[in-house]
Design a binder for this molecule. Structure first.
Ligand code: PEP
Length: 330
């Protein structure tokens, strides 16, 4: 529930008037708007008493408050050592699906950097459908990834799967990635809310837009406002020819609802290398503020997800086209 008010002290008044047997719900004030987080309605009596101060009552606002544009109309801009993310800036984050070896991640990093990427992606902890599939190289992978990013002057992003690994991953990475399977791992989101480092939050494969915003709110409510939302494809009724359905419409919709940057991952949406570029171009045209792309120099022998990996040359060509489209739509 959002009250538009003429009186900024109204938040205090409401907090005092709310039933104290119920834990007092946080009240957020911005720009003469007061949001009662977790309160669907106010008792008639309280509304009557405050009627002089209230201009408008908005009851159909989604429950994410800190993430909402209503309370933060300007875009959030995230600055890392080598990258500016958000607003009109366009970010390329690319690299192998998993960190295979120090030499390989360095080589892939060189390739993606030459195409314009400033963030080197790669997984050391891999969330695999089967427990018998390669699970990632763990800390050895993190070390190799960090070394490659430092050598190349790039930022590092890697996936965190487990609250028990937060400190370990934090030690190496510049940006945390929460994958589709963990989008509603609330313990993990809460611990990342305590960090002051950017987090990429990927949309759950069956998550609605409200689910995604509420997941972001878990991080934001902890005080970490460096959040990027990532559309990476959702399960629909026909995922026979692609791995997922890239929900292009989610990009402008999210941007209208939240001030956090919205970025697309066409690789996991397509699941098939030849469809990655068309989807990435579509996402850019829809206003995506960046792209995450998987590449591999020998996709057939990639340890994870070779079928969706672009070759370095394909990525180079894609990045050129993306820059042109971004110029037109920004
Ligand atoms: C990944 O980016 O490595 C990954 C596993 O992505 P997703 O969580 O979108 O499947």
């Amino acid at each position: 529930m959002i009250l538009v008010t003429k009186n900024n002290n109204i938040a205090q008044k409401i907090a005092e008037k709310l039933d104290t047997k119920d834990p007092i719900k946080p009240v957020f004030v911005h720009d003469n708007r007061v949001a009662l987080a977790g309160v669907k309605s106010l008792p008639e009596q309280i509304l009557k008493e405050l009627s002089q101060d209230i201009v408008e009552i908005i009851t159909n606002h989604h429950s994410a408050i800190v993430s909402s544009r209503a309370f933060h109309p300007e875009d959030t801009i995230i600055k890392t050592k080598h990258t500016i993310i958000g607003g009109d800036h366009f970010v390329f984050m690319a690299g192998p699906d998993s960190i295979e070896s120090p030499e390989h991640v360095l080589k892939m990093g060189q390739k993606v950097k030459s195409a314009g990427a400033t963030i080197l992606r790669g997984g050391a902890f891999k969330p695999r459908t089967s427990p018998y599939s390669f699970q990632g190289n763990g800390e050895v992978g993190l070390k190799a990834h960090r070394a490659a990013a430092d050598t190349l002057g790039m930022d590092m992003v890697t996936e965190i799967l487990d609250t028990r690994d937060v400190e370990l991953v934090d030690f190496y990475t510049d940006i945390f990635q929460v994958g589709t399977r963990n989008m509603q791992n609330f313990a993990l989101l809460k611990s990342l809310g305590q960090k002051r480092k950017p987090v990429i939050l990927k949309r759950g494969m069956s998550a609605t837009i409200d689910d995604l915003l509420n997941a972001a709110e878990y991080i934001a409510a902890g005080g970490n406002h460096q959040i990027m939302l990532m559309e990476r494809g959702i399960r629909t009724y026909d995922n026979k020819y692609t791995r997922n359905t890239l929900d292009v419409s989610a990009i402008p919709v999210l941007q209208s609802m939240t001030h956090y940057p919205v970025i697309a991952d066409a690789s996991h949406a397509a699941g098939v290398a030849k469809f990655v570029s068309p989807l990435a171009l579509a996402a850019t045209a829809a206003g995506s503020q960046g792209l995450m792309t998987e590449i591999h120099d020998d996709p057939e022998h990639a340890l994870v997800d070779g079928a969706q990996a672009l070759t370095p040359a394909e990525f180079f060509q894609l990045a050129e086209k993306v820059r042109q489209i971004h110029q037109i739509v920004q």
